[in-house]
Design a protein around this ligand. Structure first.
Ligand code: ATP
Ligand code: MG
Length: 186
């Protein structure tokens, strides 16, 4: 070992690198464009509208995980039966507590809740426990939105054909997402 190399016990422990990750459905560009247009119509004028390429539906939010555990997390995605289903986005919602404007479905396919459950169980099996929150399938359209301006709109049909594991990089301007892996429905 060179004389100036760090030795065990020298200085502060070095934290293992982590990544902030989540399983999600990512819309096709055509669906994302429709959602983005809806956001521009429906959000308050001073809201922060999500860029079309950032729009997604979170299935399982994992949060910070050691980078060297990512292969285990990816294996959960590999073992999951990614369904093919149609999600009819026909509902616009606004949560005043966090100022989020979102799009959802009045009748989400059962396959979606089953998928979220399967991911959650798979994660639990590798020792990752998700926050005990009910799964509310939604796409965040805008943030810092104090009210929604439209209630009625033409439903957007999303043909779900797979999902992703995304990494979230956050800074002062918001989050940027990077696709780590993609899975296609069988
Ligand atoms: P920012 O937090 O910087 O405003 P963001 O919420 O888009 O941006 P993340 O916090 O990394 O970025 O979240 C990634 C995705 O996971 C988002 O869809 C977010 O709504 C969802 N999410 C974040 N925290 C949780 C949580 N505790 N439970 C369920 N979903 C979550
Ligand atoms: Mg967040």
């Amino acid at each position: 070992m060179p004389a100036d190399a760090p030795r065990p016990g020298d200085g502060a422990p070095v934290a293992a690198p982590t990544a902030r990750v989540f399983f999600a459905l990512w819309p096709t560009p055509a669906v994302a464009t429709q959602l983005h247009q809806l956001a521009r119509k429906a959000a308050a004028s001073d809201a922060r509208i999500m860029r079309a390429d950032t729009l997604h539906l979170t299935l399982a939010f994992i949060g910070d995980v050691a980078v060297d555990r990512l292969p285990e997390v990816e294996a959960v995605g590999d073992q999951t039966a990614w369904p093919r289903c149609t999600l009819q986005l026909d509902q616009l919602g606004h949560w005043p507590h966090n100022q989020i404007l979102w799009a959802g479905s009045q009748s989400p396919p059962d396959a979606l809740a089953q998928l979220a459950d399967e991911l959650s169980s798979g994660l639990q099996a590798i020792g990752i426990r998700l926050a005990a929150r009910p799964f509310v399938p939604h796409v965040t359209l805008a943030r810092r939105c104090r009210h929604a301006q439209v209630k009625a709109f033409a439903p957007i049909e999303w043909a779900v054909e797979g999902g992703v594991l995304a990494v979230s990089h956050r800074d002062a301007t918001g989050a940027r997402y990077e696709m780590c892996r993609r899975w296609s429905a069988a």
